[in-house]
Design a protein around this ligand. Structure first.
Ligand code: AMP
Length: 293
């Protein structure tokens, strides 16, 4: 699975990326984290980036593109990755497309966490308070002044990526104002609908009660189930942004098409197996009853 998480600072990209890492065993590539590590290690890149980051501005494109290009060549990328905080400008997105093409890597989706800007300041303040309570170092750019600069940069330089990826039918939008748990669920649902993960993998971390409900679902005719999943994914996409629901619409079609949808194919197989088992059980019961009589 290869994903990009898009959203302003404080939208919850890091939190959701961590959850995806734990669930699917893929790697999180956070350019912010990599740059902070470079600053701490005082590498040449770190020395170049330090003041820029402290001011809330963006580090030059060629630096971050170079970091990502090197990282994509490493063996742990095989299982997949989540890009968090990259790309942040259109030239970075263009460079990423070229890199992926050259390395024969296909991007599954770009997930936009859409949030209400006025809530972001509160979120960042809470994050800072929590870090302080845990005795952790607070990021130098997590102050209200620097945050407003980072937000302005997001609007001017990163927001155009929403159009960029929706034009390429890669964009899927999730309401980032829901609880962390809800956002995670929505992301998993969307990933299942587009066939980026198998339905079983998406459910694996759910409580037992849910797993039982899901098992019942697999007994449903495959076409019906795929259509239901797709409908749910389509419903969950916020309606405001036309382009985003277009992306989901395409994903839904894919999931709902038994011939094309990877997830649907699997679901059909599972449904057939379940049906076969149920039939076998039923005929055993009938035989037993007849024997008794
Ligand atoms: P983040 O942790 O993603 O909020 O990033 C922290 C800071 O690192 C940003 O404010 C930028 O200064 C820098 N940075 C991270 N990712 C990028 C990127 N893709 N392009 C330019 N600068 C970046």
């Amino acid at each position: 699975m290869r994903l990009i998480l898009l959203g302003p600072p404080g939208a919850g990209k890091g939190t959701q990326a961590q959850r995806l890492v734990q669930k699917y065993g893929i790697v999180q590539l956070s350019t912010g984290e990599m740059l902070r590590a470079a600053v701490a290690a005082q590498t040449p890149v770190g020395l170049q980036a330090k003041d820029i980051m402290a001011s809330g501005a963006l580090v030059p494109d060629e630096i971050v593109i170079g970091i990502i290009s090197d990282r994509l060549d490493q063996p742990d990328m095989k299982n997949g990755f989540i890009l968090d905080g990259f790309p942040r400008t259109v030239p970075q997105a263009v460079a990423l497309d070229e890199l992926l093409k050259k390395k024969h890597i296909k991007l599954d989706a770009v997930i936009e966490l859409r949030v209400n800007e006025s809530a972001l300041l509160n979120r960042v303040e809470t994050r800072v308070a929590e870090m302080q309570a845990r005795g952790e170092d607070v990021r130098i750019d997590d102050t209200p002044e620097v945050l407003s600069k980072r937000l302005a940069n997001y609007r001017a330089q990163t927001e155009p990526l929403i159009h960029y990826y929706s034009e390429r039918r890669k964009l899927l939008t999730v309401d980032g104002m829901m609880t962390i748990e809800h956002v995670t669920r929505e992301i998993n649902r969307i990933l299942t609908a587009i066939g980026a993960v198998e339905p079983r993998a998406a459910r694996s971390a759910a409580p037992a009660r849910k797993a039982a409900a899901a098992t019942r679902k697999t007994a449903m005719p495959a076409g019906k189930m795929a259509a239901k999943t797709a409908r749910k994914a389509a419903k969950s996409a916020p309606k405001g942004r036309k382009t985003a629901s277009k992306g989901v619409g395409k994903a839904s079609k894919k999931a709902a098409s038994p011939a094309k949808g990877r997830g649907a194919g699997k679901a059909r197989k599972t449904a057939k197996q379940t049906a076969r088992k149920t039939t076998a059980k039923a005929s055993k019961k009938v035989t037993k009853k007849r024997a008794k009589r």
